[in-house]
Design a binder for this molecule. Structure first.
Ligand code: SAJ
Length: 405
């Protein structure tokens, strides 16, 4: 039996995928409301194919509870935030999960940590818990998740995986478990290497996006089209530059690289600069919008709307979202005051002046800042006809009313 601890964006799909591939799975989360929702047969977030997978897992007998189970294998997928001040990982949720599972884990159980952790977290924070509890019989594994929101389920099936284990035998056993649904290649290594590779993967993406964002600023000053420059540069067989945008959000790309900066502050300078570059983008877009409005005779008090609250297109996750970052800088600088904010994927109120239909959003609008390229409007500038369109996502085509980064 597998007990998946933490039923959020990673734990839930993983538990469902395993259950629907014939593995006996119990999903545990300390949030009773979330467990009750799942037990009513409802999913807790939107993701392509998740509802269908949920039905199939229910048919296969998956169970959700707040209780930790007696189980051969635990998969820990709890959040790993970072401490805003020293930029180091805050492993409190991992520590709580391990402490609790040690109270029920049978002898020789395997504890697989899927949560992203900084290099050395297992040695510094998890191993001592086993020693203190006299439970060195429990085998530790780090199998970092790699699935991208928006395409999670097919990536769960197809992505290559990393398994870090102290004992290669245990690594092989866990690899067999994942291979029951995962068609990708499974690399077995030690725990520290697995911890580091995960952080490196997200840091690579953050740095690549920062480069694209820097290019956008350079091209703007130099009067060049950054998208054309990147498109053509990427035709080179060894160049693959990502896209500039209004900022980098989500719980991974703007967070995980800080683990390197926090642990290696003297050395991780390049990473720090990349994070800083990305962080400046929402404010850059705000200034760009203000400038474009002025050029068109619109003032800061014109009717400006912000389209999109999520951290990227076609997901419902607003964590670290560039729009929320931009709203904060608007509060500070007050150069533009948005009259309203709208996101078709976000039904609860997370921003001031948020409206819940496109019709309400458009009413009398003079300028729209498209912060997220949801499918609802992608490639459809006519959705905002009559408005000046600020398009930092490059999703609105290029008619005269569209202003790029
Ligand atoms: N973004 C850009 N330009 C791009 C690509 C993305 O500005 O060219 C922005 C997005 O709009 C978004 C942010 O970056 O605001 C992050 O989005 P993302 O799609 O790059 O990544 P995430 O956070 O959804 O998922 C990442 C993935 N990591 C890598 O691709 C290396 C995913 O595979 C990981 O599982 C996930 O982080 C995680 O949980 O660690």
């Amino acid at each position: 039996m597998v007990n998946v601890i933490g039923l959020g964006y990673i734990g839930l799909p993983t538990a469902l995928m395993m259950a629907s591939h014939g593995i006996e799975v119990v999903g545990t989360d300390y949030n009773k409301e979330l467990v009750d929702t799942l037990n009513r047969g409802e999913t807790t977030f939107k993701e392509n194919g998740l509802d269908e997978l949920f039905s199939s897992a229910l048919e296969s007998g998956i169970v959700f509870t707040t209780e930790y189970q007696v189980s051969d294998i635990y998969i820990v997928s709890v959040p790993t935030p970072y401490n805003e001040i020293d930029k180091k990982i805050d492993p409190c949720f991992v520590i709580d999960a391990i402490k609790t599972l040690l109270q029920v884990a049978p002898e020789g159980a395997v504890c697989v940590i899927e949560s992203t952790v900084s290099p050395n977290t297992v040695d510094r924070f998890v191993r001592p818990l086993l020693e203190k509890a006299g439970r060195q019989d429990v085998a530790l594994v780090h199998a970092p998740e790699r699935i991208i929101p928006g395409n999670m389920l097919s990536e769960l099936l197809c992505n290559n995986r990393t398994i870090g284990a102290d004992d290669p035998e245990v690594g092989n056993r866990v690899a067999r478990l994942y291979a029951s649904f995962c068609k990708g290649e499974i690399a077995i290594t030690d725990i520290r290497t697995a911890e580091m590779t995960k952080v490196v993967e997200n840091t690579f993406r953050a740095v690549n996006i920062a480069f694209a964002n820097e290019l956008a600023k350079i091209c703007r000053i130099g009067g060049m089209d950054v998208y054309e420059v990147i498109r053509i540069a990427n035709k080179h067989p060894r160049v693959n530059i990502l896209q500039p945008g209004p900022g980098v959000g989500g719980h991974c790309i703007p967070v995980d690289p800080w683990f390197l900066v926090g642990d290696y502050p003297e050395t991780a300078n390049f990473t720090r600069l990349a994070l800083q570059t990305n962080k400046e983008m929402p404010e850059y877009v705000m200034r760009r919008a203000f400038e474009a409005m002025r050029e068109r005779g619109l003032s800061g008090s014109s009717k400006v709307g912000i389209y999109g609250l999520t951290y990227k297109e076609d997901v419902d996750d607003v964590r670290e979202s560039p729009t929320l970052q931009m709203l904060r800088s608007m509060d500070e600088h007050l150069c533009i005051e948005p009259v309203r904010v709208y996101d078709p994927w976000v039904s609860e109120d997370v921003a001031p002046n948020q409206v819940h239909t496109l019709e309400d959003f458009l009413d009398g609008l003079e300028c729209v800042i498209v912060m997220v390229g949801h499918s609802q409007i992608k490639g459809r500038p006519e959705a905002f006809s009559g408005c000046l369109i600020i398009d930092p996502r490059n999703v609105m085509g290029s008619d005269g009313n569209v202003v790029k980064l």
